[in-house]
Design a protein around this ligand. Structure first.
Ligand code: ACO
Length: 426
């Protein structure tokens, strides 16, 4: 099938490519050569920047598939490490492959001892994401033996190192902020259990893992593992397209994720819910969200792709109740969230604009109940999303059509003009 595009009476046919599911895609790579025109698509709302086999989203139906498997099934039945294997390798592991992968990841959980001195260079009140950007970027200075992107073995080791070390790096960022000693990983624990211990344990006493908390956090990690070509993933791909090493690319992804319109939204959502404080104040905030003259938005609501309920928000809404019940926490914020969701979903403004709760709406409530400060929320997102980033980066490195990413622009600045010496300028 082809699509005909005509400009100035000249038309040409362009191939239309069909994915396994989802909309067809018009291949316009020859458009500039044929017409001397670019397309204009800031925010990439109509542009597929790559071909991928990893994740599929149907935003209208509220469907999210990783390698074909629905996110609800993965969140309920799988573990984060299993999902990491799936994203990286394309298939769920069998028992032997699972054990081998677990062994490989576990053997890379420690960080170079010298890296600990990096932390001491930061202020104690530094945001964990500021520390993560710096420390993850610095990994390439420590692991030279896995920065040759043309060597598949080195690429694989870099992937394993990143997945394995992110919990250690994130937990160290937390420990540093509270002035407690860093804890070395305990490889007898699960990926998520180990992270909980490194974060909340102290050397003076044993740390007992609450299985409900471990399970909820593992779910949060699964739900954040990948989300196709979102802003941070596209950042990782763009950085990687120049041949930058994987540690540098992931640091770029972390920087992008930090923004409140992306990963920073879970922090912003909980802060908003706390600011609302009690259900009676909800109408006031709904009115502000609808007011065009007020920059306030309902954080944790709306999504570029989902124009239906974000399936991840559904899983987390249920997990929030379970965790708070288990921990015996009665947090008015959860009541406020449920009521806000109910009121917003019956309000014409939100219905017309198809604004539904997204993954960030409930995750903050769970993370806060577990004991994480809000400043750690995005760091946890980065920990989990590293898996998706590195899977997408690996896929890109194996793509024979891969080119350096180089968007064009619609230039609206001054046309050519001559330099005027300083003394002659009015
Ligand atoms: N509250 C109130 N109004 C909203 C909201 C919101 N949360 N989100 C979108 N709108 C309105 C916009 O004002 C706009 O109205 P208009 O058409 O009258 O101008 C319309 O809905 C479309 O919004 P856009 O910003 O154009 O949609 P876009 O796809 O660019 O933005 C985004 C998506 C950034 C997520 C947006 O919904 C938002 O800012 N949400 C709050 C932040 C948030 O929760 N981010 C997390 C996203 S999920 C993630 O990154 C993991």
């Amino acid at each position: 099938m082809t699509a005909t595009i005509g400009i100035d009476g000249n038309s040409a046919d362009y191939p239309v490519r069909q994915g396994s599911v989802g909309p067809e895609v018009i291949d316009i790579r020859k458009l500039y050569g044929n017409t001397g025109r670019f397309t204009f698509d800031p925010g990439f709302t109509s542009t597929a920047a790559c071909e991928s086999k990893i994740t599929y989203i149907d935003g209208d139906q509220g469907i999210l598939l990783h390698r074909g498997y629905p996110i609800e099934q993965l969140a309920e039945k799988s573990s984060f490490l299993e999902v990491a294997y799936l994203l990286l390798n394309g298939e769920l592991p069998n028992a032997k492959e699972h054990d081998e992968f677990k062994y490989l990841i576990t053997r890379h959980t420690m960080v170079h001892e010298q890296l600990a001195t990096f932390y001491r260079g930061f202020r104690r009140d530094a945001h964990p994401m500021a520390i993560m950007c710096g420390v993850v970027g610095a990994l390439s200075a420590f692991y030279h033996d896995s920065t040759d992107i043309h060597d598949p073995m080195q690429r694989e080791i870099a992937c394993h190192r990143l997945i394995a070390k992110m919990p250690t790096i994130a937990a160290m960022a937390y420990k540093y902020s509270v002035g407690q000693p860093f804890l070395y990983p305990d490889n007898s624990l699960s990926y998520t259990g180990n992270f909980l211990r490194m974060t909340f344990g102290v050397p003076a006493e044993p740390y007992v893992i609450n299985p409900v908390v471990e399970d909820a956090l593992d779910k949060i990690f699964i739900l954040h593992a990948d989300h196709e070509q979102n802003a941070s993933t596209s950042t990782v791909r763009l950085a990687g397209s120049s041949g930058a090493n994987p540690f540098a690319c992931i640091a770029a992804g972390i920087a992008c994720l930090w923004g409140p319109a992306h990963g920073g939204a879970n922090e912003a959502a909980l802060e908003m819910l706390r600011q609302i404080g009690r259900p009676e104040r909800i109408p006031e905030f709904i009115a502000r969200a609808k007011n065009k003259d007020d920059p306030f938005r309902l954080m944790g609501f709306g999504h570029r792709v989902y124009k239906n309920y974000d399936p991840r928000a559904k899983v987390l809404g249920e997990a929030a109740t379970k965790v708070l019940d288990t921990l015996g926490i009665s947090d008015p914020v959860l009541d406020t969230a449920r009521e806000l969701e109910r009121i917003a979903l019956s309000d014409d403004y939100f219905i017309e604009k198809k604004l539904y709760p997204n993954v960030d709406f409930y995750s903050g409530i769970i993370l806060s109940a577990i004991g994480f400060p809000t400043s750690m929320f995005t760091a946890l997102f980065a920990l989990a999303r590293t898996t998706g980033w590195i899977a997408q980066w690996t896929e890109m490195m194996g793509d024979s059509e891969q080119k350096i990413g180089r968007p064009r622009q619609l230039y609206t600045g001054h046309p050519r003009r001559d330099y005027v010496p300083l003394a002659q300028r009015g």
